[in-house]
Design a binder for this molecule. Sequence first.
Ligand SMILES: O=C(COP(=O)(O)O)NO
Length: 247
Amino acid sequence: MSRKFFVGGNWKMNGTKSEIDGIVAFLKSGPLDANVEVVVGVPSIYLTYAKSILPNNVSIAGQNTYKVAKGAFTGEISPAMLLDNGIPWVILGHSERRNVFGETDELVAEKVAHALEAGLKVIACIGEKLEEREAGKTEEVVFRQTKAIADKIKSWDNVVVAYEPVWAIGTGKTATPQQAQEVHEKLRDWFSKNINQTVAETVRIIYGGSVTAGNAKDLAKEKDIDGFLVGGASLKPDFVQIVNAKH
Ligand SMILES: O=C(COP(=O)(O)O)NO
């Protein structure tokens, strides 16, 4: 079963309007592989601006939403607010939300469930820390994080899973194609055993963690790597080569 290659850009807390103009310029000139789904994750304050100038072949995501529709949650935004502004995607469970802002597996799962119920599509992030990998706990961690989400949601149709080993994020220490493929394959097997074979075969599992134009092609060759979630490199023209890495 073929899965449409998916490349997300996670701009994190970066950008000014003029820098966004520059990013949009290289996305427009591309050319971007038409067989690849491209979504850029934009800081909340710039979502409307970015959406107004992005080319039609690039979609847009928020970087966080809360677990309920409205209320006394100063500083938060809801899935309904993203949808009200024509934003169809959201990135949830990023390791920076988990490790810097203390989001638990439970909270991430509740956020994913509410975002899907509201009608958003979700890039759901999982990934182990270096000490967990060194302790041989990679599978245990990513299965635990995935199960927490599975226990709360009814369908994986609008979910892209992003495996982002924390030790590879922003470090330049990219997982090797073999390391990434091994975890992606185990995750797909987890879906087969715990959800169903159709989900296992159709859910896109993308890799994130120091993806560059230099390593994307080799990673893209792996059968269970369905794309990327790119941080630093998504702010630069090299992002076009990463989008096109599969073909
Ligand atoms: O956090 C990341 C990856 O960041 P880098 O590509 O900068 O390692 N994606 O969400």
